[in-house]
Design a binder for this molecule. Structure first.
Ligand SMILES: [Zn+2]
Length: 124
């Protein structure tokens, strides 16, 4: 994993910070610019303290045509929270991916986001 601020590879582990559901998120500190970040920095979920499973599920429900308020009620979040996740995911999709072929589904797989981030972590 490189520093998202200066791209340096000289990053060291800096403890963990639990999400609301107790899932630990690994935090890092950059030895070059001395900034602290975590494994979510640079992903659509950076700064959110929400379980990635919930976000992923919400995005799937929305991609299946479920209404904002209905998705929120099922998962226990407000509809504005769900809308915020969608905005984050949409922004990232636009900056990440080449234009999708017209035949493919324009959906974002939350699980895939986290897999990609996980693959960039240094070996323990
Ligand atoms: Zn840095």
């Amino acid at each position: 994993m490189n520093c998202p601020h200066c791209q340096s590879s000289k990053v060291v582990k800096n403890g963990t910070k639990p999400l609301k559901d107790g899932t630990p998120i690994q935090r890092y500190r950059c030895r070059d610019c001395n900034r602290v970040f975590n494994e979510r920095t640079g992903t659509p979920m950076a700064g959110l303290r929400t379980s990635p499973q919930d976000v992923s599920l919400a995005l799937k429900m929305r991609s299946e045509g479920m209404a904002l308020r209905a998705s929120g009620r099922v998962l226990g979040y407000s509809h504005s929270t769900i809308a915020n996740w969608e905005d984050r995911a949409a922004e990232h999709e636009a900056s990440w991916s080449p234009p999708a072929p017209e035949t493919s589904e324009p959906t974002l797989e939350g699980d895939e986001l986290y897999t990609r981030v996980g693959e960039n972590l240094p070996p323990l």
